[in-house]
Design a protein around this ligand. Sequence first.
Ligand code: 5GP
Ligand code: ZN
Length: 114
Amino acid sequence: MHERCLFCRIVAGEIPADIIHEDDLVLAFRDINPQAPTHVLVIPKHHIDSAADIGPTDGDLLARLWATIADVADREGLSRGWRVVTNVGRDAGQSVEHLHLHLLGGRPMAWPPG
Ligand code: 5GP
Ligand code: ZN
């Protein structure tokens, strides 16, 4: 746990969140400022700065993150489609330095993203 990390503090229960899935490896909760009807953040429970810091021993974690995303998309009824985004660094707009995958759905989305 990184004591000053917002998402580590959500994992620890120190900051409330609308949690929709929790297991031993990952947590999924609704984004506080949703950009689509469904906007869920799926994160590892242990601290990783960003996708740039994923390593060769993180296979089980990655499988769990993606399986959770598919399950949440199903539960949210996103049969028309959904998008996953992870921002890395300043140019991409990463504002919380704890790896998180944005699951977005429930409306048509443009491409390319802004
Ligand atoms: P980033 O900009 O790093 O890709 O995404 C960070 C996301 O975290 C943003 O979409 C922002 O709305 C969300 N966020 C920031 N603070 C909180 C919070 O306290 N609770 C929740 N649930 N989401 C947050
Ligand atoms: Zn953290």
